[in-house]
Design a protein around this ligand. Structure first.
Ligand code: DGL
Length: 291
């Protein structure tokens, strides 16, 4: 206690919360954009969460639609494509890279992080963390591309958090291409979803990770076919929280009073990207630059 009987340092105008630090230290806001990439439009589910939760930040989104799909490719091929995408975003001057593609993250995240100085985050660990917190019977299903399932990335991430969790991985080769084509409510898509959730229902999982950033777009079908007692983990929502925390802690955040901007690049047809993408982003896509 101090002489005045007050608890020292109890001045409430002073706080050591990370949000307060930039102001206290007189730091300049970091005006560089956050880079986000995916093999196609799936990563727009991640960008959507970022744009609504971090409206003051600028974003650059790269859809490697010319190489879509990543799912059936070998892990070394997906790694090569992930390096190309990351290199493009680094040359564009981003301050953080979000690998908004489970397949690319599963194949290449550690190698990307080891090769570049720019912070790089992926969607696998945030999704695994949320699933471990959510499950009550410790039986967790994973729906993902063949590449992601083959990499064992989710199995390893889940077991690193809880070695007792039983993991039921299901590769869903037909689903991302149907969604990428904009086919989110067709009979074909429903029959694919029905086929892929069948082993998870049989296994009695109570939590399912949407281990591909395309899959949140078929959430209504998944909910209906899995039933109301099964929790769905959408890693897009989880990663948005993590991005906000990283930007704040590393003092990379932009000025909170501004409205951010967002721009698009695609390696495939820009008109296709704009047309399908706007529906998924639920925000306007003004211009798509082809690279
Ligand atoms: N969106 C990608 C993912 O999260 C997959 C789509 C693809 O096969 O390229 O894995």
């Amino acid at each position: 206690m101090s002489d005045s009987g007050q608890i020292p340092y109890a001045d409430t105008s002073f706080t050591d919360t990370p949000e307060a630090l930039p102001g206290l230290l007189g730091e300049e806001p970091d005006r560089r954009a956050v880079g986000v990439f995916d093999s196609g439009v799936g990563g727009l589910t991640v960008l959507h969460e970022c744009l609504v939760n971090l409206p003051h930040e600028d974003f650059i989104y790269l859809g490697d639609t010319g190489s879509f799909p990543y799912g059936p490719r070998s892990l070394s091929e997906v790694r090569r494509l992930a390096f190309q995408a990351a290199q493009f975003l680094i040359e564009a001057g981003v301050k953080l890279i979000v690998v908004a593609c489970n397949s690319a993250g599963a194949a290449a995240l550690p190698q990307l992080q080891a090769s570049f100085e720019t912070p790089i985050v992926g969607v696998v660990m945030p999704g695994a963390r949320a699933a471990v917190q959510e499950t009550r019977n410790r039986r967790v299903g994973v729906l993902a591309t063949e590449a992601t399932i083959r990499s064992n990335a989710y199995q390893n991430a889940l077991h690193s958090l809880d070695a007792g969790v039983e993991v039921f991985p299901v590769a869903c080769p037909r689903l991302a291409p149907l969604i990428q084509a904009g086919d989110v409510s067709s009979v074909d898509t429903e029959s694919a979803v029905r086929e892929y959730v069948a082993p998870l229902k049989a296994a009695g999982v109570d939590t399912v990770i949407l281990g591909c950033t395309h899959f949140p777009l078929v959430t209504p079908m998944l909910r209906r076919l899995l039933g109301p007692t099964v929790s769905l983990v959408n890693s897009a929502e989880e990663i948005a929280r993590e991005i906000e925390e990283i930007l704040t802690r590393k003092h990379l955040a932009n000025d909170k009073d501004r409205e951010g901007d967002y721009r698009f690049f695609a390696t495939g047809d820009p008109d296709d990207f704009r047309e399908v993408g706007a529906r998924f982003l639920q925000l306007p896509i003004r211009e798509v630059n082809q690279i």
